[in-house]
Design a protein around this ligand. Structure first.
Ligand SMILES: O=C(O)CCC(=O)C(=O)O
Length: 326
């Protein structure tokens, strides 16, 4: 029997579940850990004469400072994933206890269970996004989805071919700051997920982007505005993007993903593990240390190589072009 949340997500392509997380308990610890990472970066890359002063700045001022230091691939330090190419022995990534707690948060999993059923795995496609006001961004970051505007895409498009075909994955998008039209909320087109997987192209800096995405700009949009405590669920074929941050403040979020157990993760070398099952024996990763070990093992295996690969969904003819389907 399919329940109402499942029906609504399959029907509309998105779902906003209001007020289920507690800022202090569920979210603030992650911001604290991000600030710890910033302190390390300030100590490592900051100008000697600035360090003492900058370490006393607040979260936003610290981030603004480090974002001007030209640190190579700064976003990598705040994201739980290996660098896509050229994994190194000492590649850094953001795998903190607080993030483990969020991935395995009971309140999130209770919602995900209503969509995917009782056998759920954490999927390694996950990001955090710290977005400064666009006017403060270096030009090169304005169209980068981790720090600026995210292009139109479907989440299934970032999985490998098996994952694109076989994986039932749901995205759980979590705001750490109130997210509005002005500071760059996501937007989507209602029911457009029903169209299925479309042809994508490689956009700005290789980001995955729907082919003919300019057509979407002209359609009627749903603004996925959210308060801190809300979560937004996206269907794997939901077409969505985010707006520019035109406000004077930061917009911070995380996007986690889960898939039905037994299906490919779509990023095979990376950790994909049970977070819920009727059979307790399936839950083998039970704590932060075990989770971190999975990531370290994946890193060891992929050192000197790429972490994961996926081809853009490009179907043989152009029947799967958005321009032929709307
Ligand atoms: O937060 C954003 O800017 C975009 C998030 C997104 O596209 C996703 O989670 O798939």
């Amino acid at each position: 029997m399919k329940n109402n949340l499942y029906k609504k997500l399959s029907e509309d392509g998105f779902l906003i579940v209001r007020n289920i997380l507690n800022f202090k308990k569920d979210l603030k610890p992650i911001l604290n850990d991000m600030e710890f990472v910033m302190d390390c970066l300030i100590n490592k890359y900051g100008k000697r004469k600035d360090i003492k002063k900058v370490l006393n700045f607040d979260f936003k001022k610290k981030y603004t400072y480090i974002s001007k230091l030209n640190i190579n691939d700064l976003d990598q330090y705040f994201n739980t994933r290996l660098p896509r190419d050229h994994v190194k022995k000492n590649s850094d990534y953001f795998a903190t206890h607080s993030l483990w707690n969020l991935i395995t948060n009971k309140k999130i999993l209770d919602v995900v269970e209503k969509i995917l059923g009782k056998e759920i795995m954490s999927n390694p496609v996950q990001n955090t996004r710290i977005k400064q006001p666009e006017k403060k961004l270096p030009k090169a970051s304005v169209h980068d989805g981790l720090s600026g505007k995210t292009p139109w895409h479907q989440d299934a498009a970032v999985l490998n071919t098996k994952g694109q075909k076989l994986t039932d994955m749901v995205t759980v998008w979590i705001p750490f700051t109130k997210t509005t039209k002005r500071n760059g909320c996501m937007i989507t087109v209602k029911k457009i997920n029903k169209i299925g997987l479309l042809n994508h192209i490689s956009g700005y800096r290789g980001q995955v982007e729907i082919k003919n995405s300019e057509l979407l700009d002209k359609m009627e949009h749903v603004y996925l505005e959210a308060n801190v405590g809300d979560i937004i669920l996206l269907h794997k074929h939901s077409i969505h993007c985010s707006l520019r941050n035109r406000s004077n403040d930061f917009r911070i979020s995380a996007d986690l993903r889960y898939n039905i157990a037994g299906q490919p993760s779509g990023r095979e070398p990376l950790p994909n593990f049970y977070v819920r099952s009727k059979n307790k024996k399936n839950i083998q990763i039970k704590n932060f240390k075990q989770w971190l070990t999975l990531w370290e093992k994946a890193k060891e295996k992929r050192t000197g190589k790429y972490a994961f690969k996926y081809p853009l969904p490009t179907f043989k003819d152009n029947k799967r072009d958005l321009s032929n389907l709307v």
